[in-house]
Design a protein around this ligand. Structure first.
Ligand SMILES: C[S@@+](CC[C@H](N)C(=O)[O-])C[C@H]1O[C@@H](n2cnc3c(N)ncnc32)[C@H](O)[C@@H]1O
Length: 551
């Protein structure tokens, strides 16, 4: 039976074997809100964020005084928010009495005594299950909360029925044991409650934990991408994954929205992305399998390799001889990963293909986007820069082939943190003109807008008194950094209505920054826009002449 939620409904998916899916009940234009929930049914902070992030509204306050001052200077919300720990458990923290009291009524009263020391810090899936068991016990059997609980327990896969869990156990024995242990822990910490109405609490704990660990989405800051925790919502999570999604999910602390990325017809299935879809097919598929336990059957994957993100700049046969020795050593090191990067069994690949796949495996590990988290390195700036150079110098990678864009993104952040804003600006500018338009063609895509916002902030820093030399040099080549700053700000501001909306926390920060900056420039908005238009061709020329190999 269809579950209608206004503009969308949940009915069997068009992907064979994928169960249900989310479908549009009307047409949508790019940027339209397709589905929205004020707060996900489950929203759980990860342990590292419990101290500095409000457990109800998910606003984060920077605790380190130096970072706090920096954030305030850049207009970031974490520079202005402070959280205080609950006096009962000293674990959950809130930014205001209002948030604390709302959290208490809905869920914290069920966990406060359970998660308090001397009990060790519990992972988010266990905390979420503890709260859900409390909420299930208290839910009115004829109300919407109870209905959502049953939906979560019975409709999502792997749901708490023996047969589906048995299937999961066969495929993922170790994960099954780990998840089962967490479910048992949550249930035991709650005092092994027995029957909750018509529901067996032990089975419910299992279904909660398995569903959260298999089907939850990541909640990350819209401003700086910091990961807060996980969310689960019956409507949002009914959307299946596609490597060519037609909506993007945005998190507006704590609101979650799905926004159309392109025109969507009435009756069309809604697809989100569960993983980074700028990665080549083998990496995406392996990630979906490892994190979400399914083989992707989306229309893009069914077509096989050949999409833009699967193409190299040059064929592997063009790999220069100076890379052979290093690539052969890497092939040994990453033997198990080679099939993911080759997209085919190792014995059907040529030596050249294997060498490039091995270099790719190494680059992915260094980028932190590796397939198994165990061997993800804490990469430092130098390691990252060398790996980027290896990719580009080999001539095989284009600027838009992963993990090159990821290296640029991370180096931008590292240069900034390590006090090199000019280097950050150069790599950010290169990305702005040559990578982002290809990787995220929609101008309002949150990833793209956030990068533009970051670049604007750096341009602003470079307008300061410490950088007059750089400022002068750029001005001599026709680039006025103040105009660049305002141009980037215009761009972010213009995209906001189709992305987060002006009423969102990010929208409010942006609007006030925008108004202050425009007022401080002593020119009308129209005059400023004209100046930006005149500056942009010189800026693009400057960006294209940046050589990342020499950086
Ligand atoms: C978050 S749930 C989505 C809703 C789910 N289809 C349902 O029936 O409730 C994720 C599950 O949907 C299925 N799924 C989602 N996207 C898929 C895809 N691209 N290919 C195959 N199965 C998919 C997988 O079984 C996955 O574990």
């Amino acid at each position: 039976m269809a579950t209608a939620t206004g503009s969308v409904k949940v009915v069997p998916s068009g992907i064979p074997g994928a169960g249900r899916g989310l479908f549009a009940c009307q047409k949508f234009m790019p940027g339209d809100v397709v589905a929205s929930v004020d707060r996900p049914f489950v929203a759980e902070l990860e342990t590292e964020r419990m101290e500095d992030t409000c457990a109800w509204c998910f606003q984060r306050g920077e605790k380190d005084p130096e970072n706090r001052a920096k954030a305030a200077m850049m207009g970031m919300p974490q520079g202005f928010i402070d959280t205080k720990a609950c006096a009962g458990c000293h674990r959950a923290a809130y930014c205001s009495k209002t948030c604390q009291s709302r959290a208490w009524k809905r869920e914290h009263k069920y966990e406060c005594g359970v998660i308090a020391p001397p009990r060790p810090e519990l992972p988010e899936s266990v905390r979420a299950a503890i709260k859900l068991l409390g909420r299930l016990k208290a839910a009115d059997p004829s109300g919407p909360e109870h209905k959502n609980m049953l939906d979560l327990l019975l409709q999502f896969r792997p749901a708490g029925t023996d047969s589906r869990l048995e299937a999961f156990k066969e495929i993922e024995k170790q994960k099954f044991d780990d998840f089962n242990m967490l479910a048992w822990a949550a249930w035991s910490y709650c005092g092994k409650p027995g029957m909750l109405g018509s529901v067996d609490s032990r089975a419910a704990s299992t279904a909660f934990v398995f569903n959260i660990l298999c089907n939850a989405f990541t909640l990350a800051s819209p401003v700086d991408g910091v990961k807060f925790g996980i969310g689960f919502d019956n409507t949002i999570c009914a959307a299946n994954h596609s490597c060519d999604p037609n909506v993007v999910m945005t998190f507006l602390q704590p609101k979650v929205e799905l926004r159309a990325l392109r025109p969507i017809k009435n009756g069309e299935e809604i697809f989100v992305k569960y993983v980074d879809v700028t990665n080549p097919i083998g990496v995406r598929q392996a990630e979906l399998k490892q994190r979400h336990f399914f083989d992707c059957q989306c229309s893009k994957c069914l077509k096989g390799t050949g999409a833009a993100e699967d193409r190299f700049a040059e064929s592997p046969d063009s790999l220069p001889g100076r890379y052979f020795t290093v690539a052969d050593a890497l092939a040994k090191k990453h033997e198990a990963k080679l099939p993911h990067f080759l997209g085919s069994p190792v014995d059907t690949a040529t030596t050249a293909q294997k060498r490039v796949a091995a270099m790719e495996a190494e680059a992915f590990v260094i980028s932190g986007m590796a397939l198994d988290s165990e061997d993800t390195l804490e990469s430092d700036e130098e390691k990252m820069r060398n790996a980027l150079k290896m990719c580009l110098d080999s001539g095989i990678w284009s600027l838009t082939r992963q993990p090159v864009p990821e290296f640029c993104r991370q180096l931008f952040r590292m240069y900034l943190e390590n006090g090199s804003p000019y280097r950050a600006f150069r790599i950010g500018l290169k990305s702005y003109f040559e990578i982002q338009p290809k990787l995220t063609p929609q101008t309002f895509d949150p990833d793209r807008v956030i990068n533009t916002w970051g670049l604007a902030a750096v341009a602003n820093v470079l307008c300061g008194p410490a950088f007059t030399e750089i400022y002068g040099e750029l001005q001599a080549s026709g680039v006025d950094l103040r105009v660049v700053f305002i141009g980037l700000l215009f761009e972010v501001y213009d995209q906001l209505p189709r992305m987060y909306g002006l009423a969102s926390p990010f929208g409010k920060v942006m609007e006030s920054t925008f108004k202050q900056v425009v007022a401080g420039m002593g020119l009308s908005e129209a005059e400023l826009r004209e100046r930006v238009k005149q500056t942009w061709p010189s800026l693009e020329t400057a960006a294209r002449s940046i050589d990342l190999l020499k950086d």
